[in-house]
Design a protein around this ligand. Structure first.
Ligand code: FAD
Length: 477
């Protein structure tokens, strides 16, 4: 058994782990990065990047469809599913190669392949042949798709986001279990590329948006093109020829069945904590085996153990994983003198069509007694009509006592961009009046936001600002 002592071990060479390692290096610490499976990160290999490549193919098909609206005739659209997946994999492989190269640039003595588990409070066994004593440990082991037990007997026949990108063609029929971000993005993209898709979810909401008005609107809108079966209970899953037969009960208790060439299980993700031996760290664990954790330090209690990235389940998004990696790496180097970090304003985007986003506070997190809410529809918005994408609803939130803009839930064309502007405004604690003094070009989708913000200002009974008053120039200039 090889033995080694270091300042810090980082478990997991994903986006969080690599950022933690970079901070440890900056601090001049003696660190070791341990990876159980492969370099390349979840984001590049089976997450953000291949999913967005598939969505980009679906967007291209939609753009051709939409061209008809403008009087542009392009004949019958043919989708070459093999070519679609070939490009997804080709581009995905470029991103993965980049992430692997970044990891392999780290000195060899700082990297070790093998599965890490605790054998003492800060002592780790790597595989069967190495034991590392560390002053601090960063756990950045990520998360894995959950496959509900009803699929136990047919597990080999269902797909998750881990292997859906290995399909050789767009399936003729697809069941998607789960209407969360992953299920919606992948299922809708495959539907737009020609698959006959049925979405099944035990919950009655779609995507992460919590505002009941936006949920109602988006479900009505999505049902025009998607077969959404919500509030259902899966009853059975069995093989049927080369595919699967599923049975489920709808909210009225009626049993329904369907046969599908492919089934994508997107029923959530669980933190990769099993087998880590956290019980040997002395940390108090809850019923799910999770230690208490502080998002501002990433530290578990007072221990020299830090949780970064998807493994803590806090905000399973790439930019958050990278931030947490940096905070964990810095604090592992400084332990016990850890630093608290102010986290960024929340921002989550769903690459559905139309897109969804939460910028700043969600509806569910508002103190509703103090909050004014205004809404704006994209149905008659100038630019949205120009581009024939006039579908969508945005709800904007501000607190009454200080007029500070707190957040928004958005459903509409390319709201990824509006959501950035709004989350930046939340982070800067801008008032509704200040937001209205920003420039708005014409004709752009941001003018829709201005309409909503004007309504919010009226409801808040505040002066909504005149043009140029902050710039000392006359409106005529
Ligand atoms: C389909 C999909 C689409 C997504 N799209 C987006 C998006 O558009 N935008 C966005 O912001 N986020 C998106 N995400 C989320 C994003 O991918 C994650 O938030 C991010 O990749 C998490 O990084 P991480 O470092 O926490 O985990 P990972 O990158 O998974 O790294 C964890 C590493 O730890 C290793 N490991 C596990 N256990 C051990 C052990 N015991 N010993 C040693 N090593 C171990 C694993 O092998 C892995 O390499 C998406 C995710 C999915 C699945």
């Amino acid at each position: 058994m090889q033995k080694r002592s270091v300042d810090a071990v980082v478990i997991g060479a994903g986006s969080a782990g690599l950022n933690a390692a970079a901070e440890l290096e900056k601090a001049g610490a003696d660190w070791l990065l341990v990876e159980a499976a492969q370099y390349g990160t979840t984001c590049a290999r089976v997450g953000c990047m291949p999913s967005k490549l598939l969505v980009a193919a679906a967007d291209a098909a939609d753009a051709v469809e939409r061209a008809q609206t403008f009087g542009i005739r392009v004949g019958d659209i043919q989708i070459d599913g093999q070519a679609v997946f070939d490009r997804v994999r080709r581009e995905r492989d470029r991103f993965v190669a980049g992430a692997i190269a970044d990891t392999e640039r780290l000195p060899e003595a700082r990297r070790r392949m093998g599965s890490a588990r605790f054998v003492g409070p800060t002592t780790l066994r790597i595989g069967d042949d190495a034991e590392i004593d560390a002053k601090a440990v960063v756990i950045a082991t990520g998360s894995s798709p959950v496959v509900p037990p009803i699929f136990d007997a047919v597990q080999a026949s269902v797909r998750t986001s881990d292997d859906i990108f290995e399909l050789s063609d767009v399936p003729a029929s697809l069941a998607v279990i789960g209407t969360g971000i992953v299920g919606l993005e992948l299922g809708q993209a495959l539907g737009r590329l020609g698959a006959d898709v049925t979405f099944l979810d035990r919950s009655t909401s779609v995507g992460p948006l919590t505002d009941p008005e936006v949920q109602r609107y988006l479900q009505t809108e999505l049902r025009r093109t998607l077969n959404l079966e919500l509030g259902v209970t899966l009853v059975s899953a069995e093989r049927a020829g080369a595919g699967l037969r599923l049975a489920w009960k709808n909210p009225e208790g009626e049993e329904r069945r369907g046969e599908f060439e492919q089934v994508l299980v997107a029923a959530g993700r669980k933190p990769n904590l099993a087998g880590l031996g956290l019980e040997r760290t002395g940390l108090a664990l809850d019923a799910r085996g999770m230690p208490a954790w502080d998002p501002q330090t990433t530290q578990c209690g007072d221990a020299p153990i830090f949780l970064a990235g998807d493994v803590n389940g806090h905000a399973p998004l790439l930019h958050e994983a990278m931030d947490e990696g940096r905070i964990a790496g810095e604090n592992a180097a400084r332990y016990p003198d850890t630093m608290r970090h102010v986290r960024r304003a929340p921002l989550a985007i769903v690459f559905s069509e139309p897109q969804m986003a939460i910028a700043g506070q969600s509806y569910a997190s508002l103190d509703r007694g103090r909050t004014e809410i205004a809404e704006v529809s994209f149905e008659h918005q100038g630019r949205a009509r120009v581009i024939a994408r006039n579908v969508g609803l945005v709800r904007l939130y501000a607190t009454r006592d200080d007029c500070i803009f707190r957040g928004a839930e958005l459903f509409g064309p390319d709201v990824e961009h509006l959501a950035h502007l709004l989350s930046w405004s939340v982070q800067q604690r801008m008032t509704v009046q200040r937001l209205l003094r920003m420039p708005y070009y014409h004709p752009v989708l941001e003018e829709g936001l201005r309409t909503g913000l004007r309504r919010l200002a009226r409801q808040l009974k505040v002066e909504r600002g005149r043009p140029c008053e902050d710039f000392g120039v006359s409106p005529g200039m």
